[in-house]
Design a binder for this molecule. Structure first.
Ligand code: NDP
Ligand code: OXD
Length: 285
């Protein structure tokens, strides 16, 4: 669309998903930029980003889909789905292991924002023990909340299942690396820690995840996001027996829900009301 001629002065709102760098400059009447996702790292990569308010998607449609994905993977690992699929393929009737229950498992969430809080509440409702980590201190009913470097260490040392729902910022890039994985609780009810990441691929160091899986520091992983997307065909993550891969679709909102969200905000802004779900440029999310 951007290579078609258009009247630059007529553009008052931009709606972006990975827009080409520089595409939003030289729009004299631009009032606001909407990210088509909850994440805004794709907006900030533009060095010529106009200094206008940035709004991100916060919508129950997206939030509920994300929690579905997180809960599904928490249960997949708890109930050893891969093992029983293999046994079914091989017609093996074997139930010789003790089955831990959700209440035996400590989940640690990195990110207690809109998505992290909803996932935390739903995991809690299933009986998991839930703790979470955020930039600023929080207090949430029934959820042990941590912040700061020391808080992160304390959360990791008790975590059996690490769920990552952080935004990608300068501070969080590469946070899921060898040293973080080494701090997770070893052993535990699942026989080792599990990693579940639906935040952003840039949060994780995939070579470190593979090394941790190979050495047994990590028992298994569910990854929806990757350093490079689409995940390159040669990546070992595709075939690793302890890894679930999904194509960055943990929470793809319906176009109807997103269009309604953006339209409602523009109408309100045009009436002189404030925009909701503004991004903090300083923090980068
Ligand atoms: P929010 O902005 O609501 O929450 C972000 C959370 O991360 C907050 O709790 C925040 O802390 C915390 N945080 C940010 N930086 C740090 C840091 N340096 N250290 C510790 N905690 C930090 O975002 P959402 O919950 O709406 O979304 C989270 C991310 O999920 C998005 O940015 C996006 O990347 C990803 N996403 C992925 C999708 C997918 O399909 N895979 C779909 C939608 C989103 P505080 O509460 O103190 O601000
Ligand atoms: C988002 C996403 O940020 O889909 O909304 O990744």
């Amino acid at each position: 669309m951007l290579d078609e001629p258009f009247d630059r002065a007529s553009i008052r709102y931009a709606v972006s998903w990975r827009h080409p760098r520089g595409a939003l400059k030289g729009l004299p009447n631009l009032r606001a930029i909407f990210s088509l996702g909850a994440g805004v790292d794709h907006v900030f990569v533009d060095p010529a980003l106009p200094d206008k308010p940035i709004v991100r998607i916060v919508d129950p449609d997206l939030t509920e889909r994300m929690s579905e994905w997180v809960v599904m993977h928490a249960l997949v690992h708890l109930r050893q789905l891969r093992r029983y699929e293999r046994q079914q393929r091989e017609r093996v009737w074997a139930d010789d292991d003790e089955q831990p229950k959700a209440g035996d498992v400590q989940v640690g969430l990195l990110g207690l924002g809109v998505l992290g809080k909803d996932a935390a509440a739903k995991l809690k409702a299933l009986g998991f023990k839930v703790a979470g980590f955020s930039l600023t201190p929080k207090s949430l009913p029934g959820i042990a909340c941590f912040s700061g470097a020391d808080g992160l260490k304390r959360l990791l040392m008790q975590t059996d299942m690490l769920v990552v729902l952080l935004p990608l910022t300068e501070d969080t890039r590469g946070i899921v690396n060898a040293s973080l994985l080494a701090e997770l609780r070893q052993g535990g009810p699942l026989g080792g820690p599990i990693l579940i990441n639906a935040g952003r691929g840039g949060l994780q160091v995939e070579a470190d995840i593979l090394a941790a899986l190979d050495s047994g520091i990590l028992k298994a992983a569910s990854l929806d996001v990757f350093e490079r997307e689409p995940l390159p065909r040669e990546s070992r993550l595709w075939t690793h027996p302890a890894v679930y891969v999904s194509p960055h679709n943990a929470a793809v909102s319906s176009p109807q829900a997103i269009a309604a969200f953006v339209a409602k905000q523009i109408e309100a802004y045009e009436r002189g009301e404030s925009l909701a779900h503004l991004v903090d440029r300083q923090r980068g999310y």
